[in-house]
Design a protein around this ligand. Structure first.
Ligand SMILES: Nc1nc2c(c(=O)[nH]1)N[C@H]1C(S)=C(S)[C@@H](COP(=O)(O)OP(=O)(O)OC[C@H]3O[C@@H](n4cnc5c(=O)[nH]c(N)nc54)[C@H](O)[C@@H]3O)O[C@H]1N2
Ligand SMILES: Nc1nc2c(c(=O)[nH]1)N[C@H]1C(S)=C(S)[C@@H](COP(=O)(O)OP(=O)(O)OC[C@H]3O[C@@H](n4cnc5c(=O)[nH]c(N)nc54)[C@H](O)[C@@H]3O)O[C@H]1N2
Ligand code: SF4
Ligand SMILES: [Mo]
Length: 799
């Protein structure tokens, strides 16, 4: 980047999406004057999208909160940090003392996945609360993927990703990485990688009810009926068995359940499922043969599915079958197939004994009202409203939201808004006064991303290539503004021990069990992992079981002491060496201290001097362009954490769930169903207030196929009523032959016309809320994930 006098350049990883692009930020006079991709970055090589530029707009956004707000007599007033903490200390613990720990709920939103401070410290808060009522965006997103991976590979975050740079064939279902920039798969510049794949003779095939941007760049696209991926995938699996194409190859000794899977799919020949999923039997057979590399020398193929295959009633089954196909074609854990990343820090699947583990379980608790099983320490977020509304023991009366906007991001925001209004007390850690946080009693603002350090915890565990990259703060934080992790530690100290006698044991324990601790203290550690929905990693587990819990009333004020205590707990496993380790870590505080500990004890670490050439935080910091840790390597059997030590191809829970599929084979397609979509200049619900992204054409449009539009009298640019069993919205129509006939697509995260928010620009073109059409009852019963796709609607022309 060319520099004028007085200009400097610093490097920063973009925290806005899972691609984790390395950026160059040009500064002059304490202001950002330019942002572009960092060419030398070892991982993203200069790639970025328009959202990266918006870091500047976010930093400068006048609506972004900079001081805490306290609601007094129904109106927000600005407050000092001391006043805001005091208000929480005054109001939150008594509610828990009176009603028990389940009276508190925690909602963890998507940006937590991108913030090391939030990600490392929220489990401490969750544990201190000890509530069963932990909710996150994960159950609007990837929980099915995590559950299926957990059942098959033994850990919630052992998720194989396509090794695209060495692949010959990529089958993509329900994902649009050209726009989303990849998810549960950190792969900056998907377009470039797709081009390269095709240039070397490879093939990209996309299965989607919309001919999305990725499909437009592919060799082949096939429409699929929304929510029917499981039928298509069963047809593919059936074909592999029926045509003798199953080739486990190098996996032969490491897979259990092949015969059970063969039996389970026996009834699903392509001719049986074709009508249900809308894909011709001949195409299903052909794609199965292509995947298996029939007639091709040494084909490396990968199947990848994402949000479209998760936010549906068969989300877990679809996610399972995707990986089953990778296994059956010998494409798991091999170059050019799908592979397991090995992250430098905090990766749960590098902890504990290699090759065997506890596996995963669900339903260790159930939600109070709907009896929904706990999954990965969480309750489905679609249970939140009813847990607040329904009186009785364990009713939720206090809520903490961390970087989440469930009023827009989850179904039936109107109902949730009403429920939030009825709470005794609500705190939000957020950067905006928006549709959700307007219901809070106290809002604690986070700093601008440019004012904090950054290291991705979650995404190196899902990356196309192994790497470690650190960003220092680009600009100093405003004087007196604490980092978000400090607020989390303080609130944890306030509530620790307050909610005695509640319903559930404080076992967000699984959620909160520490990967660090898992390594150092518990050789069989079961630290949990990140997610794209909420970024749950559960890496820090401050208080040891049964430790003295109650922190004296004012204890929350001494954040340094709280932080020290946390770290002292983490290093206990070093025994006699703990003092020495603490001393080496003493140069850091907060997230950096935990990060240094994790890096040094991680798979590439210096092991505190035992492997001097290994990584330390200092070394990663010194590498301006990041540390490249190489292409993905085969990891089976070491990566597995199943009790059998094998890849479980036919977990009982999944085979049983196939009964629902069998009963559903003949369901007729509704006349219309609605699906969602993502757009380049938007990120879920919260970037519509940034000028560089908000400019240009109005984007919250309902895409309708021309034939459907003609039949219904809908005009391009005109308005239409869209009505479901649960709600009705009015949206602007965009006629487009990208759509499968009978399917309409509307982006989510819009509807910024609620009173009491402070999002001036977003409110100018508020758009409509897709999630108003969905109810809370429709879930994938295994993972608790909400159904946000393929819901039946009627469409009528509006005036
Ligand atoms: N620009 C931008 N990038 C983002 C985000 C954003 O809001 N904006 N959000 C981030 C987040 S939180 C996530 S989780 C990721 C998601 O990343 P992706 O999964 O790539 O997300 P989408 O772009 O929504 O693509 C989903 C695709 O599924 C299709 N689909 C819908 N229903 C079905 C179905 O039943 N079956 C099949 N086969 N396809 C279906 C849709 O038409 C769409 O093309 O993106 C992340 N990146
Ligand atoms: N219909 C439909 N609904 C969907 C989806 C879909 O595809 N279709 N996708 C789902 C998916 S994949 C996801 S992940 C969820 C997302 O669900 P949520 O996480 O609930 O929603 P977001 O819109 O990401 O809201 C993020 C919140 O974090 C705040 N925030 C941003 N940066 C920071 C920060 O640095 N610190 C703090 N403290 N706060 C910050 C924002 O102001 C906003 O309030 O939405 C889901 N909803
Ligand atoms: S693709 Fe865009 S939003 Fe995502 S990390 Fe890169 S620059 Fe940021
Ligand atoms: Mo997400």
């Amino acid at each position: 980047m060319a520099l004028a006098t007085g200009e400097t350049v610093v490097h920063r990883i973009c925290p806005f999406c899972e691609a984790c692009c390395g950026l160059e930020v040009k500064l002059a006079g304490g202001k950002v004057v330019g942002i572009r991709g960092h060419e030398a970055d070892v991982f993203s090589h200069g790639y970025m999208c328009p959202k990266g530029t918006a870091l500047k707009d976010l930093h400068e956004d006048g609506d972004r909160l900079r001081v805490p707000l306290i609601k007094r007599d129904g109106r927000f007033v600005e407050a000092s940090w001391d006043e805001a903490y005091a208000e929480i200390a005054r109001r939150l613990p008594p509610t828990l003392q009176e009603h028990g720990r389940d009276a508190a709920a925690l909602v963890v939103g998507n940006p937590v996945a991108h913030k090391i401070g939030l990600l490392l410290y929220f489990p401490k808060l969750a544990k201190a609360l000890g509530t069963r009522n932990l909710f996150s965006a994960s159950t609007l997103d990837q929980m099915p993927r995590q559950l299926s991976a957990g059942l098959m590979f033994g850990h919630w975050l052992s998720i194989p990703v396509p090794d695209m740079e060495r692949s010959d064939y990529l089958l993509v279902l329900g994902a649009n990485p050209l726009v989303s920039n990849g998810s549960m798969w950190t792969v900056p510049d998907f377009r470039g990688k797709a081009k390269a794949l095709r240039a070397r003779g490879g093939r990209l095939v996309v299965i989607d009810p919309r001919r999305n941007e990725t499909a437009q760049a592919a060799d082949e696209h096939l429409f699929i009926r929304p929510g029917a991926d499981v039928f298509f995938l069963l047809g593919l699996t059936h074909t592999l068995f029926a045509e003798g194409l199953v080739k486990l190859k190098h996996l032969e000794a490491h897979v259990a359940g092949v015969d059970a899977l063969r039996a389970a799919v026996a009834g699903y020949a392509p001719e049986v499922v074709g009508g249900r999923c809308g894909i011709a039997a001949a195409d299903i057979r052909r794609i199965a043969r292509e995947l298996a590399g029939v007639g091709v020398e040494n084909r490396r193929a990968a199947v990848y599915g994402r949000i479209g295959t998760c936010t549906q009633e068969y989300g877990t089954l679809a996610s399972w079958l995707i990986d089953a196909l990778n296994v059956l074609t010998g494409n798991l854990d091999i170059e050019g197939g799908v592979m397991f990343p090995k992250a430098a820090a905090f990766a749960a699947n590098t902890l504990g004994k290699p090759g065997v583990g506890r596996g995963v379980a669900t339903g260790r608790r159930r939600s109070r009202v709907s009896n929904a099983p706990e999954v990965f320490g969480e309750m489905p977020i679609t249970c939140l409203a009813e847990e607040i509304e329904t009186p009785g023991e364990g009713q939720v009366r206090a809520l903490i939201t961390l970087a989440g906007n469930p009023v827009l991001s989850s179904p039936d925001g109107t109902r949730l808004s009403k429920a939030l209004e009825s709470l005794d007390f609500m705190v939000s850690l957020d950067i905006y006064l928006n549709e959700t946080t307007r219901h809070a009693d106290v809002i604690l603002p986070g700093v601008s991303p440019l004012e904090e350090m950054h290291y991705d915890l979650a995404f190196p565990q899902l990356s196309y290539r192994n790497h470690a990259r650190y960003s220092a703060p680009v600009l100093p934080a405003p004087k007196g503004q604490p980092a978000e992790w400090e607020s989390l530690l303080r609130i944890a100290a306030m509530v620790e021990g307050a909610g005695k006698g509640g319903g559930a044991p404080g076992d967000v324990a699984q959620a909160a069990s520490s990967a660090v601790r898992g390594e150092l203290v518990e050789p069989q550690g079961h630290g949990t992992g990140p997610s794209t929905g909420s970024g749950r990693t559960g890496v820090v587990d401050g208080a040891s079981e049964g430790s003295g819990r109650t922190v004296p009333g004012e204890g929350y004020r001494d954040v340094a002491a709280l932080d020290d205590a946390l770290v002292a707990e983490q290093v206990k496993g070093f025994g006699d060496a703990a003092g020495q380790v603490l001393q080496e870590l003493a140069q850091w505080r907060g997230p950096e201290r935990l990060l240094d500990l994790a890096l040094r004890t991680g798979p590439y670490g210096d092991q505190f001097g035992k492997r001097p050439e290994g990584l330390t935080l200092r070394k990663v910091m010194a590498a301006q362009a990041g540390v490249d840790l190489g292409a993905l390597q085969p990891r089976i059997p070491e990566v597995l954490r199943t009790p059998s030590g094998k890849v479980e191809l036919a977990p009982t829970m999944l085979l049983e769930d196939l009964q629902r599929v069998a009963a559903d084979l003949a369901r007729p397609a509704p006349e219309f169903s609605i699906i969602g979509r993502r757009q380049v200049r938007s990120s879920n619900s919260w970037m519509h207030n940034l000028p560089v992204l908000a400019k240009g054409p109005f984007r919250c449009t309902a895409l309708v196929h021309p034939e459907d539009a003609r039949r219904l009298g809908l005009l391009d640019g005109g308005q239409a009523h869209i009505v479901s069993e649960h709600g009705a919205i009015k949206a602007q129509v965009e006629v487009s032959d990208e759509m499968m006939p009978g399917v309409v697509s509307l982006p989510h995260g819009w509807g910024h016309d609620q009173p009491g928010t402070q999002l001036k620009l977003a409110a100018e073109r508020p758009g409509v809320n897709l999630n108003a059409l969905f109810g809370n009852a429709a879930r994938d019963p295994l993972s608790g994930n909400a159904v946000l796709s393929g819901v039946a609607v009627r469409i009528m022309r509006a005036a």
